[in-house]
Design a protein around this ligand. Structure first.
Ligand code: M6R
Length: 603
């Protein structure tokens, strides 16, 4: 979603702001802007479209300023136009915003009645106008910020600069926001993501909700102060070093981050296995030995929800424990039945997905413990959980999640195994190593998958099918394809096809059929039905099978031997590569697909 970067210090703020915004580009956006305080005036430059458009404008104007805020906008209220892009400013303040002001419509009407004018259709400008109104009444910036923030509803993060001082102010409610400083260089920063501040701010502050942060820099020091909304000093924030390195932003030899991240999987699988079985992670899993709960309430969104579906199978089949998996945006509003001996399990790469966080809140209010399978250490989900199971995927830049899915499922698998029997079982480590090897083989056979893509990329629609443990993989395969190739794709349980979706089948539709060694004959019957209706058949199934060879238009033979419960992950990597090659042939923006954001911090 929207990216935010702010700077205050002795240097030109344009450099760190634009560098920070570039690093956040992967999250998805549709316009960009910057506000700089120059000669005691707030000057705003905004452009629709890519950050490059803003960069060209900056190149032309060559502004210099010691304080500024920048923003990449992912439109929610109001079309994608330069007027609706952030920052929004007036003669007193400039503001950037990430989130949604839910009562913006009503507030705007009231403010208009009072004579205030609006330049954009955004909800964000409502905050600016409220702030201005309260400031005109009180002449006090902090109390005006507090009052404006208390007037609005919904989850949001704001950064504010003002004409009369060189201070950066920020605050948030259930939206990501961090503050950074560098005491040596006397610089202060604000961002929606610590990644934007790597190499700039060695120290990162994580304010809690409704804490106002005021950063100021003078000739001898940088000062960061925190206040509650009643303006008393606050200690509701955490401090952490920023250990990330800028190198992680490089694509290496790969053309896209998505491809790089797919190829990282063999190494990451082994690394995670070593972490949880042999190294420090073992202590965390050992706490689960003999752990039992009446029901696991798993909630997540998108790919993470698909990971939840695979993990549910593990909990039910390996542990015989009940698990419900729900889409977070549904669970939060359904008045769920939650009993005391149950556990909330939240799965999220970013740890900032608004709906997933809301489910966590709900479970906490119901008095049950909250476990998280999460990638970003220090994220909101991480900080609010009773137990965290980190997936150690490293930063995932491709908007389409690949390695995070694999490691989420693997973490769930190891949790499930640790509840069942000793992780010292040498077979477990061998099985994980085998998964890594098979994924590596798949990556090196990527050309084979490319050839399949060449046969089908121009087709109108794609139906992914799978049974049992491959059903979530069919859903995930279809999601990946639609995200990056912009084609219609759906995932179905193979047996469900004849209950409706089969009406779609004709020669323009491809059935990507996942056939595991289990329920083989039944799944074969399903593809016969598609073939009879002239649909194209691509099979991902056991290798060297004459029957499949005969039935399919294209066939990727896989070696399932020895993978057991991990085979869905193996199949999924084949589908990741297939989607990648189809999207490549279609010429889409693979790493930053249209309309998508890497972390969805609004509901
Ligand atoms: O950060 P999260 O794992 O909570 O994100 C959840 C979904 O938004 C995410 O998985 C989304 O579906 C991806 N774009 C899938 O590739």
């Amino acid at each position: 979603m929207c990216g935010i970067v702010g700077y205050s210090g002795p240097n030109n703020s344009v450099g760190p702001i634009i560098e920070g915004l570039s690093r956040l580009e992967y999250r998805g956006y549709d316009s960009a802007g910057i506000c700089l305080k120059i000669n005691n005036e707030l000057q705003i430059l905004k452009k629709e479209g890519k950050l490059d458009n803003l960069k060209s404008l900056i190149q032309e104007k060559k502004p210099f300023s010691h304080i500024g805020i920048g923003h990449t906008r992912w439109a929610t209220h109001g079309a994608v136009t330069a007027d609706n892009a952030h920052p929004h400013g007036n003669e007193l303040f400039a503001v950037v915003h990430n989130g949604i002001i839910e009562n913006a419509g009503a507030l705007k009407k009231e403010l208009q009645k009072e004579g205030f004018e609006f330049k954009s259709q955004t909800d964000s400008e409502v905050f600016l106008v409220l702030l201005t109104k309260f400031f005109k009444e009180s002449k006090n910036v902090l109390s005006s910020i507090s009052k404006a923030f208390s007037t609005i509803t919904g989850n949001s993060a704001f950064v504010i600069i003002e004409k009369q001082s060189d201070k950066l102010y920020c605050l948030k409610r259930s939206a990501p926001l961090v503050v950074g400083d560098n005491k040596e260089t006397r610089e202060a920063f604000v961002s929606s993501d610590p990644f934007a501040l790597v190499g700039f701010a060695p120290r990162i502050y994580f304010p809690e909700d409704s804490v106002i942060c005021e950063s100021s820099v003078n000739s001898s020091e940088v000062t960061i102060k925190f206040y509650e909304l009643n303006l008393t000093p606050s200690n509701r924030y955490k401090i952490q070093g920023n250990a990330m390195s800028v190198d992680i932003t490089s694509k290496g030899p790969y053309e896209h981050f998505m491809l790089k991240e797919i190829h990282e999987q063999p190494y990451l699988v082994e690394k995670l296995a070593a972490y949880y079985i042999k190294d420090e992670g073992r202590k965390i899993l050992d706490q689960l030995v003999n752990f039992k709960t009446d029901c696991w309430h798993i909630t997540a969104c998108g790919t993470a929800w698909h990971a939840g579906l695979v993990i549910k199978n593990y909990l039910e089949q390996i542990n015989r424990q009940r698990a419900s998996v729900e889409i977070a945006s549904e669970f939060r509003y359904k008045n769920p039945i939650i009993n005391q001996k149950e556990i909330g399990l939240f799965i999220s790469q970013s740890g900032e997905t608004a709906d997933t966080l809301a489910c966590q809140e709900l479970c906490k209010e119901s008095g049950i413990s909250s476990f998280a399978i999460v990638n970003v250490e220090g994220s909101t989900l991480y900080r609010n959980s009773d137990k965290n199971f980190l997936i150690h995927a490293g930063i995932e830049i491709g908007v389409a999640s690949t390695k995070a899915f694999t490691l989420q499922v693997l973490t769930g698998y190891l949790m499930s195994r640790s509840m069942k029997s000793s992780l010292d079982d040498p077979k477990l480590f061998i099985e994980l190593k085998l998964l890594s090897t098979r994924i590596s083989e798949l990556c090196s056979e990527s050309d084979k998958i490319k050839k399949i893509a060449e046969k089908i990329y121009h087709q109108k629609g794609f139906i992914f099918t799978g049974r049992g443990k491959y059903f979530p993989i069919a859903l995930e395969g279809a999601l990946k394809l639609k995200e990056i190739a912009y084609v219609h794709a759906e995932g179905y349980a193979a047996g469900e096809l004849k209950h409706g979706p089969i009406a779609l089948i004709d020669e323009e539709i491809v059935n990507i059929a996942i056939i595991g060694p289990e329920l083989f004959e039944k799944t074969i019957s399903n593809i016969e039905e598609v073939k009879a209706r002239r649909g194209k058949i691509v099979v991902i199934g056991p290798d060297h099978n004459a029957e499949i060879e005969h039935l399919s238009d294209a066939y990727l033979g896989l070696n399932f031997e020895g993978l057991n419960d991990l085979s869905p992950l193996y199949v999924n990597v084949a589908l990741q590569l297939l989607s990648y090659h189809i999207a490549y042939l279609k010429g889409t923006d693979i790493d930053k697909p249209r309309n998508l954001a890497k972390s969805v911090t609004v509901e």
